[in-house]
Design a protein around this ligand. Sequence first.
Ligand SMILES: Cc1cc2nc3c(=O)[nH]c(=O)nc-3n(C[C@H](O)[C@H](O)[C@H](O)COP(=O)(O)OP(=O)(O)OC[C@H]3O[C@@H](n4cnc5c(N)ncnc54)[C@H](O)[C@@H]3O)c2cc1C
Length: 423
Amino acid sequence: MKIAIIGTGISGISMANMLKGSHEVVLFEKRATKGGLIQCERVQDCLFHKVGGHVFNSRNQQVLDWFWSFFDKENEFIQAKRKAKIWMEGQFIGYPIENYLYQLPPTVAKKIITELIALQPSRKASPFEYGDFGEFLQSTFGATLYEYYFGPYNEKIWRADLSKVAMEWLEGKLPMPNLTEVMQSNIVREEESAMVHAHFYYPKENGSQFIVDRLSEGLDIRTGCAVNDWKKQADGSYIIAGESGFDKIVYCGDIRQLPLSGKQLLVQSGIVDVSYIEQLRSNGTSNLFCETDDNDISWLYLPDPSIKAHRIIYTGNFSDTNNRGSQRKTCVVEFSGKVDYEEMCAVIGQLPGHLSPLAHNYEPNSYVIQDHRTRPEIAAAKKVLAAEGIYLLGRFAEWEYYNMDKAVEAAFALNDVILGKNK
Ligand SMILES: Cc1cc2nc3c(=O)[nH]c(=O)nc-3n(C[C@H](O)[C@H](O)[C@H](O)COP(=O)(O)OP(=O)(O)OC[C@H]3O[C@@H](n4cnc5c(N)ncnc54)[C@H](O)[C@@H]3O)c2cc1C
């Protein structure tokens, strides 16, 4: 078959690699550069992750085996331990916070422990038994820890009423805290984290851009080519960007901007609420790339509502080559939504590390926000489109809170569908 893939983020380029052995694959990318959210650029020879600071790991052996077949794990990657901290009231607190209650003021710690114990009998077995994210956090961690940390941090990052955020996005992200482990961590003061990124892999050179570049080798990519529509021919094939003969289309762009012919199929089906899909909410991210004083932290969370930034990612600690053009270390300060350069520069004065700015970027779509209707509506849309040989794949096409590994996993599942192994 001849297959068009629209979008060259990790989803599109992974899919292309899976298909290219047995099919002719052409990728279309609206931007001048490939890579989507995981692109990086060098600024004064220092590496700027333009959106976040991407690290890799997975719990899925199929994903790991596939990924490592492209790289020399020992020589091209660094394996690092996650060292996250929380910056509160001018102090560094360990992460996850519930394991470091001994670092909080004693009266606050006592209140939190009392609440955690009192909540035990009513705790549900799975996070998915809670109605929404806000309820999950309050019922799991108690009112004090919610007010002190989880509420302000998550409201800042999601810019949404947490009672409207569906639980599904948490899948595989947050382990349910276990009271025994919390007590053990606070008493013995060492903890074993089960988080997927507790250990992570990071390229020695060029961060996630290295991943993009390697996975793009040998692919037929047309950059600067936005696919605004396609045309179905009498023989069932599609014309895209003037090129004919495509049997299938994999759309990795934003479902809200699905090309017109795709939207028409959804409308005609009568089973998809297209206006709901068009109004799905997402958040953007503003990033300020900075030089910083030395430290050994990987991520620093900033719950304080009076500080507009929500996180610092110390990308300069992931690989020394990221700091090549500087005498100091580098990091990315992340803000939710669109924040002006001047405002970001003013905020970094409130942060530790004597930060000085090097560059900035605004990405209008970085986080999807799901609600209770999202999954059923997207599932219905997928069904309608698949009947026409059109498939949705990736964070904004499927409206899933995918990390890179989950995007690869989704590509595997779609590969089976396209090969007819799975319906
Ligand atoms: C702040 C932040 C930090 C993150 N950190 C991590 C991390 O540490 N580890 C991790 O594994 N994951 C991380 N992620 C998640 C990761 O970024 C995503 O899982 C991944 O990048 C999604 O890739 P994608 O291909 O689905 O989408 P995208 O990267 O958005 O790619 C879509 C591509 O399609 C193109 N496109 C759209 N419409 C069209 C069109 N009509 N025609 C042509 N081209 C089009 C776009 O230009 C884009 O290149 C992070 C995400 C964020 C926001």
